[in-house]
Each structure stands twice: as C-alpha cells, then as structure tokens.
Write a protein that binds this ligand. Structure first.
Ligand code: PMP
Length: 295
C-alpha cells in the first residue's frame, strides 16, 4: 500500500514537509530499540467536514505514553490537534488515518535521551463498507508482562509482539490472532480490544495487561447509554468458546464481529448480536458526534 504520493505533506519537527523529501536520522533509539510512542487516530467526513474522532483522548494517551516511557515531549493536546487538522487540510483528506509518532533523537546508548521529534502523517482511509467477520486463532504468543513494560502505553516496541501474533495467525490460515495475557487469561487482539456476549450481557478483559483502547471506552459509553450490562474482569478462553457472540474494537477495526475462535463458531447470528447493534451506533457516532474542526 502506498502511504504517500508525490504531493503528500506531513508534519515533522516544526515543519510541514513533502513526504517524499522528509528525512530522519538512522541512529535513533526509536529505530534501533523500539523506544518511541505513537497513536492511531481516525478522521471522518462529517456534515461539518473532516472531524477527528476523540482527538483529545488520543493525544492525551500519546502524552501519557511518552511520560510512562520517560520520553521528553512537550506538545500540548491543542497543538497536536491543530497540526492534525492542518495536515488533513493540506492533503485535502477527510476520511483519513492519522499517525503521530514520537521519534527519539540519535542515541545508541540505553539511557533515555533528552529530545524527541514529532511526526504527524495522514493517509487516505475511505469508509469501509464490508462486514466480513473474523476467524481468530488463540495465539501461542502472550501479551508482554506488565512488569516488563508499561502495557497502558502505546509504545513502538510492543508491536513486535503484535506482528508475531498476526503473522502466526495468518500463516495458520486465520484472519487474526487473539492474545492471552502472561497468566493465560483473555487479553486482546494485536491491534484491537475484545468483547464477548453471553446471555444478553457483554464481557471485556480488565485493564492491566491490555492497551486501554479509546474505542473500548466508547463501547462502554454506548453500553451505558443503551442499558446494556457489561462486566469487566478476567476471563478464560473457555468463557469465550462458550459465548454467544464476540467482537473486536479499535480505531482501525472500528467494531468488527468475530465468526469463530479456534474454529469454534458462535451460535448467535452476528446480525442478532449486541456487537452488531453497537457497531451500527458506533459508525453513526463517529460521523456525527465527532469533534468538529476548530474555526
Ligand atoms: N489494543 C492494541 C494492542 C492496539 O494496538 C489497539 C489500537 N490502538 C487497541 C487495542 C485499540 O485501541 P484504540 O481503540 O484506542 O484504537
């Protein structure tokens, strides 16, 4: 997939640059050691033009990720939001993916550096019309231990684990992986959080071993509004195998139904599931209640 064209503009370290001409140093701790933080954000084309969904929540999480890893980083949420809208406008994009990445300065030691630089790139991400359900494989890879890394941070290096799990699932003929935590409880997907339905209620893994997803939070808000009971706790693969339905949620995935886990299909047709109902509400919400462009 091409992420940029000849005329694509990105923001990097104080300047708006042509993406093909933008450069970075090859001796950064981010490139060599995975020591960097990033975000995955989406902008939707709404009646008011491009609207970034939950920009504040995403940029606050980026700040928190930087803080947890000890990466010096002093952009405010407002600055990053304004830059994002400007980059979208310069690229004439509304339905788009926004990728902020905090790149640490050149430093081949293992001591955290004193400076970082912010990249904000955007690319076209048109409305996804299909509704293909996922076939999951419970991964042989577990999520990293929360005493090894800060699992609530969206750190570059954590995604080695996600790539290993996804590649393994694809190689085995599945669409996606589902990772357990290091103690064997359900955790999350390589890039999405998990919910499952049983007897009219939803269940989702508690925080601690997973990324606190902004979409997960939105799903919890939708459930509160709709009066859907939700339980947050530690659950096993048996709980999931015995569930009526299940779905993944994330900025990229939005809300996507799961057909089967380890070849065990769910009994409830997706169209009749709570996930399907939440998906419809979510898709409506991102195109209406999203924060509009500041004037
Ligand atoms: N878990 C992981 C590991 C992820 O990479 C993502 C995507 N950022 C999520 C969950 C979902 O998070 P969000 O809803 O904030 O996109």
């Amino acid at each position: 997939m091409g992420y940029y064209k000849d005329n694509t503009v990105l923001y990097y370290d104080g300047a708006y640059l042509n993406a093909s001409a933008a450069q970075t140093n090859l001796y950064t701790q981010t490139l060599h050691y995975g020591y960097g933080v990033f975000e995955g954000i989406r902008s939707y084309n709404t009646a008011n033009g491009a609207a970034i969904f939950k920009a504040k929540e995403h940029y606050e999480r980026l700040q928190k990720s930087g803080e947890l890893l000890g990466i010096p980083f002093d952009y405010t949420v407002e600055q990053m939001t304004d830059i994002s809208y400007k980059v979208l406008e310069m690229n004439n994009l509304a339905d788009a993916y926004i990728r902020p990445l905090v790149i640490c300065d050149p430093n081949m030691t293992l001591i955290n550096g004193t400076k970082s630089r912010l990249l904000i790139a955007v690319w076209d991400w048109g409305a996804y019309l299909g509704e293909k359900l996922l076939r999951l494989k419970v991964s042989p890879y577990c999520r990293p231990h929360p005493r090894s890394v800060h699992m609530e941070a969206k750190a570059v290096g954590h995604y080695v684990n996600s790539i290993l799990a996804t590649s393994d699932a694809r190689k085995s003929g599945y669409d996606e992986a589902l990772l357990l935590d290091c103690e064997g409880y359900l955790a999350e997907g390589p890039g999405a959080n998990l919910f499952f339905e049983k007897d009219g209620a939803l269940f989702t893994p508690e925080l601690g071993h997973i990324l606190p997803g902004i979409t997960r939070e939105t799903v919890l808000e939708i459930c509160a509004q709709e009066g859907i009971p939700v339980h947050v706790g530690r659950y096993t693969t048996e709980d999931l195998y015995n569930a009526d339905s299940a779905f993944f949620c994330g900025t990229g995935a939005e809300v996507v139904g799961i057909a089967a886990v380890d070849d065990q299909p769910f009994a409830l047709p997706w169209a009749d599931s709570l996930g399907s109902r939440i998906r419809a509400i979510y898709l409506q919400l991102v195109r209406t209640a999203a924060v509009s462009k500041p004037v």
